[in-house]
Write a protein that binds this ligand. Structure first.
Ligand code: ADP
Ligand code: GLC
Length: 475
């Protein structure tokens, strides 16, 4: 079965977050299910560079204002279709924003073009390749389902929501320019609070909606998590599925990870990584301190604004903290002030560093993930696999992937981490104190680590669920 996957990022070619990890890893896992995925990506410089010699399989005389080409090839282990449209994608910065951080003013045109080409491919534009199902990821690709609908193309579509907080809302005046018919501007169309809503349109028209954990699939029906789309999502409840993410267990394999100071197969082999992490972050070489780590966007979603206030409790427990992240300036400033106030106890690296992320997972005793909402979360899955005990908020995919060290779970020997709720400074402090107490009991701690390392966080099971969904839709 052929599937067209359409997304704005894919690891290892271009990544700003977990979306890229998912789009990059799922095709490989689906191959084992007999599903062949082609991934349509914008032709950013990084994508075209990795593609090297590629075949031109289509040319557009005018795509959103200038000529463009569709290139086919392989890159990063993926079967890629790259939309080579220099006027839209040949830019510095991230996929979404200029180097100064401002969103590109024509993001509507850029990602509508991506979605539209996806719909055209689904509709048979390439004579020798047609997908049975078109699978769009997040708002950047969501309009694909609307284009299929308005063109009357009978190809089933799936929209995966990785984060409902990012919706893609653009001025209504763009309707014609985006190639949408006048009647599309309606409640049962692309209209959304007086604008054009890309995600809203996708949620309305996709044949199936998936999101990246069962808990998040349920949460988004409520006003607290639905971000204004809860009504629409309740109406479509029968078509919504929660399928947990996995991680690429070949890239995230502690026994063969060249990014670690010392690869390891059991918790007892982590010590050299712990020491290397302390050295790298300027932390004292303390063997007893519970070493907490954060690998995260430093944002409100991730609960990172609560972290500075919880640090006195962490320090009071004799703990150390290592932070790797990028994000909001006030959070960065508060963390840097904490480093200055507690040298040797708190270390912080502001930046994006794939290699250091591996060392953090392989060296820290515990990983803190105090998210206010978390569609799935990948870092706690990496933590489990690397024997860093996840200390997480009980929301979304964090609730679904970590087994809290309750007295019963400890007695049964099945705990893998610590969960807390609701998300507040007090509850985060309590969770940190609980983790520190568990860390003082080496046998119980080692058992949690071993349980985590034995947890199946691979794509095998999720891929089966996606393959079953595709088959259901393809008939
Ligand atoms: P989100 O996509 O919401 O940011 P996820 O947990 O799903 O959160 O995915 C985040 C991904 O980005 C993980 O692969 C994580 O390891 C990685 N990551 C986040 N921040 C950094 C950073 N500063 N350096 C390296 N990797 C990071
Ligand atoms: C989003 C979510 C995160 C999820 C990732 C991949 O970035 O915030 O929870 O793991 O997408 O699905």
């Amino acid at each position: 079965m052929n599937i067209l996957s359409v997304a704005s990022e894919a690891f290892p070619l271009v990544k700003t977050g977990g979306l890229a990890d998912v789009v990059g890893a799922l095709p490989g896992a689906l191959a084992a299910e007999g599903v062949r995925v082609r991934t349509l990506l914008p032709g950013y410089p990084a994508v075209l560079g990795a593609l090297g010699a590629a075949d031109e399989v289509w040319s557009f005389a005018d795509l959103a204002g200038a000529p463009a080409r569709l290139l086919a090839g392989t890159a990063g282990g993926l079967d890629i279709l790259a939309l080579d449209a220099p006027h839209l994608f040949a830019r510095p910065g991230t996929p979404y924003a200029a180097p100064d951080g401002a969103d590109w003013p024509d993001n509507a045109q850029r990602f509508a073009a991506l979605a539209r080409v996806g719909a055209d491919i689904a509709g048979g534009m390439l004579a020798d390749w047609r997908p049975a199902v078109a699978h769009a990821h997040d708002w950047q690709a969501a309009l694909l389902a609307a284009y299929l609908h308005y063109a009357g193309t009978p190809v089933p579509s799936v929209l995966t929501v990785h984060n409902l907080a990012f919706q893609g809302q653009f001025p209504a005046t763009l309707l014609a320019e985006l190639g949408l018919p006048p009647h599309a501007y309606a409640l049962d169309g692309v209209e959304y609070y007086g604008s054009i809503g890309f995600l809203k349109a996708g949620l309305l028209f996709a044949d199936r909606i998936t999101t990246v954990s069962p808990s998040y699939a349920a949460e988004i029906r409520s006003p607290e998590f639905g971000m204004g789309l809860q009504g629409l999502l309740r109406g479509r409840a029968a078509d919504v599925r929660g399928i947990l993410n996995g991680i690429d267990t070949a890239i995230w394999n502690p026994a063969r990870d060249a990014l670690l100071a010392a690869p390891f197969a059991a918790p007892s082999g982590r010590a050299a990584n712990r020491a290397a992490l302390q050295a790298r972050l300027g932390l004292a070489p303390d063997l007893a301190a519970p070493l907490f780590a954060v690998v995260s966007r430093l944002t409100w979603q991730k609960g990172m604004d609560l972290l500075p206030a919880a640090l006195p409790a962490l320090l009071d427990e004799g703990g150390q903290l290592a932070v790797l992240g990028t994000g909001d300036a006030p959070i960065v400033a508060a963390l840097q002030a904490a480093v200055a106030a507690h040298p040797g106890r708190i270390g912080c690296i502001i930046g994006y560093d794939e290699g250091l992320a591996h060392l953090m997972q392989g060296g820290a005793d515990a990983l803190l993930v105090p998210s206010r909402f978390e569609p799935c979360g990948l870092t706690q899955l990496c933590a489990l696999r690397y024997g860093a005990v996840p200390v997480v908020a009980r929301v979304g995919g964090l609730a679904d992937t970590v087994i809290d060290a309750s007295p019963m779970a400890l007695a049964a020997g099945v705990a893998t981490g610590v969960q807390f709720a609701p998300v507040s400074v007090e509850m985060l402090e309590a969770a940190i104190r609980r983790a520190a107490a568990l860390h003082r009991a080496p046998d119980a701690w080692a058992r949690m680590q071993t349980n985590g390392m034995a947890t199946d966080v691979s794509w095998r099971d999720p891929a089966r669920h996606y393959a079953a969904l595709y088959r259901e839709l393809a008939g």
